[in-house]
Design a protein around this ligand. Structure first.
Ligand code: UTP
Length: 295
């Protein structure tokens, strides 16, 4: 079983980041000097993905341009002897094969994934949300692909333990752990954004999936769900009734960069983890702690 394609939906309006997202795609907002989407595409590549399919909407062309070559800029960098910068730019332009398809109306994540049906064809594929970054020793999509392989090519959803009071923000799963496993469970249902009292567990998905192509049949028949949108969760539930869906607790730390707090958190943490910016960030934090008397 080989997973060659990853679908990355980026068609959302990014209202939590307005007014920046009035003109700039949310996924192009940088964390230090790399746009969010760079980290996500890097995860896909490190997971063995050969083709990325962006689901876009109007005003998102900057994402496609970012992964394309820019000969004018390359020429400028050559003429000015900026070889390090040139190599960096060229590397990004050659990272991966990129295709995109428009979601003309933003009718929900389920609807966005359905747009990729013809490009994906009759093959298993990954779905990776463009505004969630997971960091750890092993790329999370790769972890899910390995679980899918171990379970006869089944569908797999990446889940993480969350604060039980925050279930209303996520798709939350219910299931039974595989015999002898504390990480992989056979999922029976998934509930979209339940109130804490109604949540079947504290295991939630931050937007990492491996699907068999049957998910498209489910996406075609689901009605509008929570929030009046076509929910991927509803299609997953339909799939779980007819075939095997596993939820796997992945290793790694997830950063929800689609909201301001998560974005600030990622910026500080990534700077502290990066050898080029660690000393700078430590100094800045120290200065601010003293200046604002933070305890
Ligand atoms: P979000 O719920 O985060 O929506 O979508 P959003 O529009 O990006 O951001 P806010 O909530 O308005 O601030 C989760 C993911 O699904 C994609 C988004 O681009 C994001 O990556 N999505 C959502 C689509 O591609 N199409 C849709 O119709 C809805």
């Amino acid at each position: 079983m080989k997973i060659r394609r990853a679908v990355i939906p980026v068609a959302g309006k990014g209202t939590r980041f307005l007014p920046a997202t009035k003109q700039t795609p949310k996924e192009m907002i940088p964390i230090i000097n790399l746009p969010m989407i760079h980290y996500v595409v890097e995860e896909a590549i490190l997971s063995g993905i050969e083709q990325v399919i962006f689901i876009t909407s109007s005003g998102k062309h900057a994402i496609e341009d970012y992964f394309d070559r820019n000969f004018e800029l390359e020429d400028f960098l050559i003429k000015n002897g900026k070889i390090k910068e040139l190599e960096l730019i060229q590397k990004i332009g050659k990272m991966v094969e990129v295709t995109s398809i428009r979601q003309k109306e933003q009718l929900g994540l389920g609807h966005a994934v359905l747009m990729a049906k013809d490009l994906v064809g009759n093959e298993p594929f990954a779905v990776i949300l463009g505004d969630e970054i997971v960091r750890g020793p092993h790329p999370v999509t790769k972890q899910l692909i390995e679980v899918a392989k171990k379970n006869n090519g089944a569908n797999v959803i990446g889940v993480m333990e969350i604060d039980p009071m925050e279930t209303y923000k996520y798709g939350v799963v219910k299931g039974e752990f595989n015999p002898g496993s504390k990480k992989t469970m056979r999922m029976s249902t998934m509930v979209e954004k339940p109130k804490p009292a109604d949540a079947p567990s504290n295991l939630a998905t931050p937007g990492r999936y491996v699907f068999r192509p049957e998910i498209f049949d489910a996406l075609k028949v689901i009605p509008k769900g929570v929030g009046g949108e076509y929910q991927l969760t509803d299609a997953i539930n339909l799939l779980a009734r007819e075939s095997e869906v596993y939820a796997h607790i992945f290793d790694g730390e997830r950063f929800d960069t689609g909201n301001i707090e998560g974005y600030l958190n990622a910026t500080i943490e990534f700077a502290l983890m990066d050898k080029d910016s660690e000393a700078m960030m430590r100094r800045l934090i120290k200065e601010k702690v003293e200046k604002y008397k933070i305890k």
